[in-house]
Design a protein around this ligand. Structure first.
Ligand code: GRG
Length: 286
């Protein structure tokens, strides 16, 4: 399989679907729809929805049957980025090399655009119940899980810890716990989403969660390394890479990605795509 082509095809399907699902810029109130679209179409890699689609394929399903839920998760991800960049949180003027949402639309609209994306994300996941093969019961389970994975014990809680982070005595264990919540939780639920909607059993869900957690941790450590190597940015808080160095970070990421792939052994050859995705994330340059 040409993996680059696989990723491009999936990304195109997701981009087209998002364009269809989101209100047009002309629709009133135009400013909020413009702000939502600005960040949704601002150059995201679509890693999370691709993970949802590829997991559905692992179960032998047509990935289109989970496309709405996958796009819903991307909207939730985009919401988290807009709020993360706000002056009251990370105060970042740029995202993906372009002015952040609040720099273009102002703080009030950026807050509301984030809120609107979170609401639209859940709405899209619920709409996935209109697909014939998807059981209402699975949609309910997914909504229950997503609200947990992005809530105060996970993504939101991780963000709370992140803003109160002090360099002095943070341990490796503290950082890993924080990354597990802030970043790995949403990656993990993106994978579980595909599995839940396709009727996975507990053993399969457990294996996929281990894959997601390990990948999510590696993903955040790589993000830290890219900040140092590409942007030469001092983000002003402790990260795995600036605390333990690039060499140790690289070794740790390779170990995590290896563990992620090993968790998929129960799926045999069917897990080839998810394994390639893990290798792709390890090698990513942005
Ligand atoms: C859930 C209510 C609620 C609040 C969210 C703001 C916030 C609280 C959480 C933010 C968490 C955050 C920004 C984590 C960083 C994760 C990360 C590495 C993002 C970058 O992901 P990529 O590289 O982004 O996949 P692209 O640009 O490809 O879309």
């Amino acid at each position: 399989m040409n993996f680059k082509k696989y990723l491009d095809d999936k990304k195109n399907i997701i981009d087209k679907a998002l364009d269809e699902y989101l209100p047009s810029e002309e629709k009133s109130p135009s400013i909020i729809h413009k702000a939502m679209r600005y960040s949704v179409f601002g150059g995201g890699k679509r890693i999370r929805p691709i993970l949802t689609l590829s997991t559905a394929e692992l179960f032998g399903k047509d990935s289109k049957s989970v496309l709405q839920a996958a796009c819903g998760i991307e909207l939730i991800h985009t919401f988290s980025l807009i709020h993360d960049d706000l002056p009251c949180i990370d105060d970042d003027d740029f995202r993906r090399g372009k002015p952040s949402n609040h720099k273009v639309f102002g703080e009030a609209i950026a807050v509301l655009a984030g809120d609107a994306l979170l609401i639209s994300g859940f709405n899209l996941i619920i709409k996935n119940s209109e697909v014939k093969e998807i059981k209402n019961q699975s949609i309910l389970k997914l909504i229950k899980e997503i609200s947990f994975y992005i809530g105060t014990e996970n993504m939101l809680g991780g963000q709370v810890e992140d803003i109160s982070l002090k360099d002095e005595d943070i341990t490796q264990e503290d950082l890993i716990n924080l990354y597990m919540k802030k970043t790995a939780a949403l990656i993990c639920i993106s994978i579980r989403a595909g599995a839940i909607l396709c009727g996975a059993n507990q053993r399969q869900l457990k294996a996929l969660s281990r894959y997601g957690e390990n990948m999510g941790l590696a993903f955040q450590i790589i993000d830290d390394m890219l900040d140092i190597m590409q942007d030469q940015r001092d983000i002003g808080k402790p990260t795995y890479a600036n605390k333990f160095g690039l060499k140790k970070s690289k070794i740790e990421c390779a170990r995590l990605i290896n563990e992620a792939k090993e968790s998929l052994e129960i799926f045999g050859y069917k897990a080839a795509t998810l394994k390639s995705l893990a290798d792709y994330l390890l090698a990513r340059k942005r």
